[in-house]
Design a protein around this ligand. Structure first.
Ligand code: SAM
Ligand code: SF4
Length: 345
């Protein structure tokens, strides 16, 4: 049933009207891609020869802050910085400091998703700015395989970055894209490693976003089946733990840790979607898997705060019911030409 923006019962915005889409979903979670650039070229995310946007097209820190402030005023309580690799953006810690001032003033959580390569340099400052936990992407614990998957990364840098984050008191969740024939055999070792260190582990199904260097059909590993297999060896107890994202979690009795499953391909959870994403050029995408967008950069550059607010209302009317990813031999190409690194994972 479609409902209009102001028909939502019991919604108390912190500032302006709450952000409610035409399917009645309240948007409380914003992901901001601060750069489309990255020091890695993961095979499922980018092509070997990626081209990146000219720097002048990228939002300034002031513009990002203005946009984030508008979202927080309309009830967004959770903010995740991502990319590309957020920690390769110059002076990123200044942006995190700046955004951290919203914490306790509408914003409840400020987090990042990172490949971890630059964490040693940044961990302490992130913690000082009010970041409490990070998602670190790590698909393998094997050095050679790591270099192959990332096409240029060094596993040691990431492990050292994770150590630095732990020393700074940051909570860690490991994100692992599960790929048949690539790292499927490492899921159990990763589970033991992550839980042994007190980290959560979330497995992700590869999504058909952008032309990359991987056969997405061959490497697709349905996590529903994988969970059934794990359940034969471990006691998986479903929990209602939520982090605001799309993962569904089980407690693993044998390791005492939590495992999450993000299953956009085998089971999407679009009906409870509470998120929107902004690219580093200020394009607001209401769905990771659809093309509908609203240009927030034009709104702030040409119109100011009122135009920005009106653009957010427009976006709520345009947010689609969900994505419709299909992956088989007859749909082997990308569902969208836009890479995950552009929209922000
Ligand atoms: N560079 C950072 C990182 O790797 O954590 C942040 C950006 S990255 C795009 C965010 C997340 O998206 C990572 O966990 C990555 O593994 C995941 N990802 C990238 N491309 C994907 C795809 N096609 N399907 C599923 N997950 C993907
Ligand atoms: Fe870079 Fe993250 Fe994409 Fe890997 S997944 S290429 S680290 S943006």
């Amino acid at each position: 049933m479609r409902v209009t923006l102001l028909e939502q019962p019991g919604l108390e915005p912190t500032g302006g009207r709450p952000l409610v889409d035409s399917f009645g979903r309240t948007i409380s979670y914003l992901r901001v891609s601060v750069t489309d650039r990255c020091d890695y070229r993961c095979v499922y995310c980018m092509s070997e020869q990626m081209s990146f946007l000219p720097r002048k097209e990228v939002l300034s820190f002031e513009e990002i802050d203005a946009i984030v402030s508008a979202f927080v005023a309309r009830g967004v309580s959770k903010l995740r910085l991502t990319g590309g690799e957020p920690l390769v953006r110059r002076d990123i810690a200044d942006l995190v400091d700046r955004l951290g001032r919203h914490l306790g003033d509408g914003l409840e959580e400020l987090t990042l998703t990172t490949n971890g390569s630059q964490l040693r340099r940044h961990a302490a400052r992130l913690a000082q700015a009010g970041v409490r936990r990070l998602n670190v992407s790590l698909d393998t614990l094997d050095e050679r395989r790591f270099a192959e998957i990332t096409r240029r990364g060094r596993l040691g840098d990431v492990l050292d970055g994770i150590d630095a984050a732990v020393e700074a008191g940051l909570g860690i969740k490991i994100n692992m894209v599960a790929m048949r024939g690539v790292n499927e055999d490492e899921i159990e070792p990763m589970l033991h490693w992550a839980h042994g260190r007190g980290f959560g582990l979330t497995l992700i199904e590869g999504m058909p976003l952008g032309e990359v260097g991987l056969d997405r059909v061959d490497t697709y590993l349905p996590l529903k089946q994988l969970r059934e297999r794990l359940a034969q060896r471990y006691t998986l107890v479903p929990t209602d733990h939520r982090t605001g994202g799309p993962a569904r979690y089980d407690q693993v009795a044998e390791t005492g840790g939590r495992i999450g499953f993000i299953t956009p391909m085998s089971h999407n959870f679009c009906e409870s979607c509470n998120r929107v994403r902004i690219t580093c050029t200020g394009t607001l995408y209401m769905c990771l898997g659809q093309d509908g967008m609203v240009d927030l950069r034009a709104a702030i550059r040409d119109g100011g705060p009122d135009a920005l607010d009106a653009a957010l209302d427009r976006a709520m009317l345009l947010k689609p019911r969900g994505h419709d990813f299909v992956l088989d031999r007859s749909h082997a190409g990308p569902a969208l030409s836009r890479h995950m690194s552009v929209t922000g994972g």
